[in-house]
Design a protein around this ligand. Structure first.
Ligand code: HAM
Length: 421
């Protein structure tokens, strides 16, 4: 029998965990700077939260993990964070707190997609949702925050793509115009696009099929169908982005993969050569109807999410190292049972003072212990031999400079504290 991981999932092994923790810490700090509060919602929802009448995207209709629990309830593993966050916002009446509600989240999502580079069946996202503001300034802030996320990490080879689908009326008019344009050439479209023409025509603009790309070259575009209010909203967003000097490109064909979007939509793409087809690091946009659809008041929302696997791989590709806060401070090297016992006594003191340390547990000789200290990347090695035991001292060696000094047992904690600070 074979015991293997589920297709499309991955293990984060100890050597990689630091990158994840560092990215998570970075994200939490950044959101705090912008006054967003963390929210944690379950990974499973009742299916009706995810499968809504107006959400006919492939992601929701074809790619979700659906199952029944033992009481025959329909459940779905969340394919994205937004729906669950809005469900919680409504259920917990967070809208009764004055002002716009700014939330952020971080966690796993599940989509039954064809796995490939940068595309998994369980993947991690962090993202944010702002509920209750129609102002263009919040669109601009959310895009600023998405931009800042990648900029502060040091990523350079990225581009911010921006478009607007307009309000319901504009979007509806555009949808009809696109259907009218594509229907006469329906038979020439790819099979997928033919299906989309019926339930999700905007996604045809996103088709990777060469023939579809040709056929939609002169198709009408969302920006041409914005009514006055929608146009003004988009112009205001652009003006604010210009004021903040956030670089962006208008991508007139950008429509995004979920149906709930209205007005502003945006994506952040990695432009590094060889990054692979899944180069959207993150994306988001405004949604005017979702809160109401999930039983709440008529309040607008806007947000985005980044895929953490893709961000980590973009960082790797650009050679950017995340800070490693997980270093071992000290490794004890001893010679026999007596020196080992003394080391264990000292180690106890170090640990109670939050100085990280480790010691050999395989009863190995001097050389393998030294090797282990280097493997672990210990900043200092504390050596205790017979002579040291007699003198109540240790040899304290800096593994980088190789500088070695004699320190009394009872001065070890203070000396290390000073050296490590
Ligand atoms: P999304 O574009 O579907 O938007 O996903 C956001 C990001 O999640 C993608 O840009 C990508 O980096 C990552 N991602 C998506 N699917 C996968 C996958 N199968 N494997 C690895 N990474 C993946 C949303 O999820 C919206 N909820 C964003 C949003 C928030 N819009 C408004 N508020």
């Amino acid at each position: 029998m074979n015991y293997i991981k589920v297709k499309g999932t991955y293990d984060v092994l100890p050597d990689d965990v630091n990158n994840w923790v560092a990215l998570e810490n970075y994200v939490r700090n950044l959101f705090n700077t912008y006054n967003y509060k963390e929210i944690r919602t379950p990974i499973m929802e009742y299916s009706n939260v995810i499968h809504r009448d107006n959400e006919l995207s492939d992601m929701v209709t074809k790619e979700t993990y659906n199952f029944k629990d033992k009481s025959n309830r329909d459940l779905t593993l969340r394919p994205e964070g937004t729906a669950g966050v809005i469900r919680s916002f409504v259920e917990n009446k967070l809208y009764t707190t004055p002002g716009a509600t700014k939330l952020f989240y971080l966690g796993p999502n599940f989509r039954y997609e064809r796995p490939q580079k940068g595309r998994f069946r369980q993947f991690m996202q962090f993202g944010c949702e702002v509920l209750g503001s129609n102002e263009a300034s919040i669109d601009a802030e959310v895009i600023e925050l998405a931009y800042e996320t990648i900029f502060k990490l040091g990523l350079k080879q990225v581009s911010v793509k921006l478009n607007s689908l307009g309000d319901d009326q504009s979007k509806q008019n555009y949808r009809q115009a696109l259907i009218d344009f594509l229907t006469p050439m329906k038979d020439k479209l790819s099979n997928d696009s033919q299906t989309r023409l019926l339930n999700n025509p905007l996604r045809i603009l996103d088709s990777k099929d060469k023939n579809d790309i040709d056929l939609t070259k002169d198709a009408p575009l969302p920006l041409d169908y914005l009514n006055e209010t929608s146009k003004k909203h988009f112009d205001d967003v652009i003006e604010l982005l210009n004021i903040m000097e956030i670089p962006y490109e208008i991508d007139k064909k950008l429509v995004r993969g979920l149906d709930y979007y209205t007005h502003t939509v945006f994506e952040i793409h990695a432009t590094t050569e060889g990054f692979g087809a899944q180069n959207a690091l993150g994306g988001g946009g405004r949604y005017q109807n979702l809160v109401k659809e999930l039983g709440g008041p008529d309040l607008p929302g806007i947000g985005y999410a980044f895929g953490m696997e893709r961000l980590l791989s973009a960082l790797k590709q650009e050679g950017i190292q995340l800070p490693n806060h997980n270093k071992l401070d000290v490794y004890f090297v001893t010679f026999d049972d007596k020196t080992r016992k003394q080391a264990i006594r000292l180690q106890r003191q170090l640990r109670t003072h939050n100085i990280s340390s480790d010691i050999d547990h395989l009863n190995r000789g001097f050389k393998p212990q030294l090797k282990e200290a280097i493997n672990y990347g210990a900043a200092y090695i504390v050596i205790i031999g017979d002579e040291e035991l007699k003198m109540q001292t240790v040899q304290l060696k800096n593994t980088v400079t190789e500088h070695q000094q004699v320190v009394a047992f009872d001065a070890l904690v203070e000396t290390l504290k000073e050296l490590l600070s």
